[in-house]
Design a binder for this molecule. Structure first.
Ligand code: KIV
Ligand code: NA
Length: 279
């Protein structure tokens, strides 16, 4: 497979071919996403919860994001790689935003960065893109701002709210973002925004009228214990947690009854004299 680049993504957008994106957080999750043919792989700060067991994304720091970005970069050969800018790494000034973006690119080995925010973040997006670093914007429900939003709530449900989402999306486009993630936005609003923009929209909980879709890999493969809360927009395509538990339980019982390891997992002795010592 040929490497996916910004021109590849623009060409897909032009011919209205949906762009596929999934998160990865380490070497194996990146490898499988790449081999499955994902156009884009995102090292999302959602790894704070799904891979590091943290309460929310505000806990993850730049050094941790870089470690995970590097691991993903080693596992993916063709997908276009986007690294999330963690909370606190880009809000202070446009200089701070650019410095952090450079770290994600150079140390994290990514092809682009993602940051949350609309009109407020336009100057940061402009600063980063003038340095030749592609930016994927993220508007609608922005989890890093959950405290200001009053929790994980659908954005743009009212006409005024919808106009806010549209205004934010237009602002990040004007600032130079190559695309924008629309999270937890009513489908008709996401469709309208997609029609009004020149750049592709990547939806999560935003309906099928977007230019592409993104999901959190750990969620969509079902690698979490039963009973965990999941947002309405997650579709569970597999049961990796259940498969893994079954495998580990089988291993456990085979160790307990000594059926593992079997002869085929065991090294024989070549020296026949050794038999003498066993007597
Ligand atoms: O962190 C993440 O995984 C994300 C996607 C859900 C868009 O930002
Ligand atoms: Na994120």
């Amino acid at each position: 497979r040929k490497k996916v680049t910004i021109p590849t993504l623009n060409a897909m957008h032009k011919r209205r071919e949906p762009i596929t994106m999934i998160t990865a957080h380490d070497f194996p999750s990146a490898h499988v996403a790449d081999q499955a043919g994902m156009d884009m792989v995102l090292v999302g700060d959602s790894l704070a919860m799904v891979a590091l067991g943290m309460e929310d994304t505000s806990e993850v720091v730049m050094e941790e994001m870089i470690l995970h970005c590097r691991s993903v970069a080693r596992g993916a050969k063709s997908s276009f790689l986007v690294g999330d800018m963690p909370m606190g790494s880009y809000e202070v000034s446009t200089e701070q935003a650019l410095t952090s973006a450079i770290r994600i690119m150079k140390e994290g080995r990514m092809h682009a960065v993602k940051l949350e925010g609309g009109r407020d973040m336009a100057p940061a997006i402009a600063k980063i893109t003038t340095a030749g670093i592609p930016v994927l914007a993220h508007v609608g429900l922005t989890p890093q701002r959950q405290n200001a939003l009053g929790g994980f709530r659908v954005q743009g449900k009212s006409t005024a709210g919808a106009m806010q989402v549209l205004e934010d999306a237009l602002a990040v486009q004007e600032a130079g973002a190559f695309g924008v993630v629309l999270e937890a936005v009513p489908a008709p609003v996401a469709k309208l925004v997609t029609e009004r923009l020149r750049i592709p929209t990547i939806g999560i909980g935003a309906g099928n009228g977007c230019s592409g879709q993104v999901l959190v890999q750990i969620d969509m493969i079902g690698n979490y214990p039963p009973g965990r809360f999941l947002p309405k927009f997650v579709k569970k395509y597999g049961d990796v947690w259940g498969e893994t538990k079954r495998a580990i339980e089988t291993y456990k019982s085979e160790v307990k009854d000594r059926s593992f390891p079997a002869p085929e997992h065991t090294y024989p002795m070549l020296d026949e004299e050794f038999a003498e010592f066993q007597k």
